[in-house]
Write a protein that binds this ligand. Structure first.
Ligand SMILES: Cc1cc2nc3c(=O)[nH]c(=O)nc-3n(C[C@H](O)[C@H](O)[C@H](O)COP(=O)(O)OP(=O)(O)OC[C@H]3O[C@@H](n4cnc5c(N)ncnc54)[C@H](O)[C@@H]3O)c2cc1C
Length: 477
């Protein structure tokens, strides 16, 4: 890295972190005419592209191909000879996709004149902001900025009992780099990431145990939808252990099933032997060691940076967004935050509204939701109407052989407003966008019902489920 001269070290906007929040803020800032610098200590793309969304979804793509092989016979397709699977090839494909995405984003930033420093950043002072940046090779310099956007993301959580050794006890960062599959993997945690890895890796032949301390995995999701996933997991041989907490972890030097987990299962002690353990117990914000306390930025007890509804901190001109401010830890929420923060820097009055952030879970079959689940809506005093439409009733689902799943619509009976939707089944992650749009535009079930949907498509199920909130579905059995 070459030392910048004074002029090249002064920016309108300096961004700490080059993940989805950071790179989006950089692109949006540059499009507004700001002189922008991004300081990223690892690789542009952040957790999403390098260790999260993209590596997992590349492997999910491979798992889907393996899943489709099961259906070939029904179509009259026979493959003579043995079908084999080379995990190494799948991993190389995954890295290829990551590299392509990183290079696209870097190229976009370069063309817009965004300066990228590969270095660690620490804030020194404010008015104007001074930021010390230190590269691996010991190079150190300072940047100044009118605005600062902190987008340093998050890292995998660990506890005193559940500590990664990165060989037997892995974080999600380790597992996406894995070149060889274990025979048995025990996943600690029953959230989105845990269920995705369980689903994907079981397709590759890994025997999965999943430990969840409460009475349901994916505790924020509609239990009826989760039940359908559990039936599928059970068919695939994925063992779900509910009410199970890890009390102690013992790792033998080597050999098969090197890890012995001591479990507390409703006050009884059980043990489980496994080759590897994946910790999927949440993520911790990267807000420490950034020098933020020295300029009056406050954090929550869990370390999330405190921001107002325009994402400005207590320190004027310093904004934060993405995982580091908490809330839904999703890449598209991080993109959204970047837009709100850069807008605020440019004088926009737009405020954050997270009520219509959709979520997708890339299990097989996939799941997606937006807005409120029926119980959440009832707790808010909404007079709920529910509509359901099963994949087995949809013509395209039959034609493509994807008849497992359900779309469940939630409407405010008094106003007709769309308040939420949850679904499980093929392409749910794409189908949910229509409902997100309806919700952010404040539309009603009638608006969806009166919209002409193409036939035969899976999107008809969204239409049918909202018709069903009034008992008006056409193709329901
Ligand atoms: C396994 C997994 C799967 C996921 N799948 C999905 C998915 O399918 N869909 C989805 O929407 N979300 C998914 N996520 C979540 C998603 O990855 C995050 O919500 C998203 O990356 C957050 O973006 P961010 O910009 O806030 O932070 P990050 O992506 O974490 O980026 C922060 C960046 O800041 C850098 N940084 C930190 N400290 C400093 C410093 N002091 N100086 C300089 N740079 C610094 C880091 O190196 C990092 O590159 C997944 C996450 C995981 C772990």
């Amino acid at each position: 890295m070459t030392a910048p001269n004074k002029d090249s070290s002064e920016f309108d906007l300096v961004i700490l972190g080059g993940g989805p929040a950071g790179y989006t803020a950089a692109i949006k800032g540059a499009l507004q005419g700001f002189k922008v610098a991004v300081v990223e200590k690892a690789r542009i793309g952040g957790a999403c592209i390098n260790r999260g969304c993209i590596p997992t979804k590349a492997l999910w793509g491979t798992a889907l191909e393996l899943e489709r092989l099961k259906h070939l016979k029904k179509h009259g397709i026979a493959i003579d000879g043995k079908i084999s699977f080379d995990f190494g090839v799948a991993i190389d494909r995954q890295f290829g996709i990551i590299d392509q995405m990183v290079s696209t984003i870097r190229g976009r930033m370069e063309r817009l004149g965004v300066k990228v420093f590969q270095a660690s950043a620490k804030v020194l002072s404010k008015e104007p902001f001074k930021i010390a940046i230190t590269a691996d090779e010991g190079f150190r310099t300072e940047l100044t900025a009118r605005f600062l956007f902190v987008a340093t993301g998050s890292r995998p959580s660990e506890t005193d009992v559940l500590k990664a050794d990165h060989e037997h006890i892995l974080t999600t960062d380790d597992i996406v780099l894995m070149r060889e599959l274990p025979d048995t993997l025990t996943i600690v945690g029953g959230g989105v990431v845990a269920c995705e890895f369980a689903s994907i890796l079981s397709k590759f032949g890994v025997r999965i145990h999943l430990l969840e301390h409460s009475n349901q995995v994916l505790s924020a999701m509609d239990p009826e939808i989760v039940q359908l996933l559990m039936q599928r997991f059970s068919k695939e041989g994925i063992r779900i252990h509910l009410h199970s907490k890890v009390a102690k972890v013992e790792v033998r030097e080597d050999g098969e099933q090197a890890v012995k987990l001591h479990l507390d299962v409703q006050n009884k002690t059980e043990t489980l032997l496994t080759d590897k353990v994946l910790l999927a117990i949440g993520r911790k914000p990267n807000s420490d060691d950034l020098g933020l306390e020295t300029i009056g930025v406050q954090t929550t007890p869990r370390g999330h940076i405190l921001v107002d509804d325009r994402l400005e901190t207590h320190c004027r001109g310093l904004y934060a967004g993405g995982d580091v401010v908490g809330g839904q830890m999703l890449a598209h929420k991080a993109w959204y935050d970047a837009g709100i923060a850069v807008g605020a820097m440019c004088g926009s009055e737009a405020k954050t509204d997270y009520n219509t952030v959709p979520g997708a879970i890339f299990t097989i079959p996939e799941m997606a939701s937006v807005g409120l689940q029926p119980d959440q809506a009832r707790q808010k005093g909404i007079n709920v109407a529910i509509g359901k439409f099963f994949y087995a009733e949809n013509s395209q689902a039959m034609c493509i052989g994807e008849t497992e799943g359900l779309v469940k619509a939630v409407v405010d009976r008094d106003t007709g407003r769309v308040v939420g939707c949850t679904m499980i089944g093929h392409d749910a992650s794409n189908l949910i966008s229509e409902v997100a749009l309806a919700m952010s535009a404040g539309l009603t079930a009638n608006d969806i019902a009166e919209t002409i949907h193409p036939h035969p498509t899976l999107s008809e199920m969204v239409w049918e489920s909202f018709l069903d909130t009034q008992g008006l579905s056409v193709h329901k059995q």
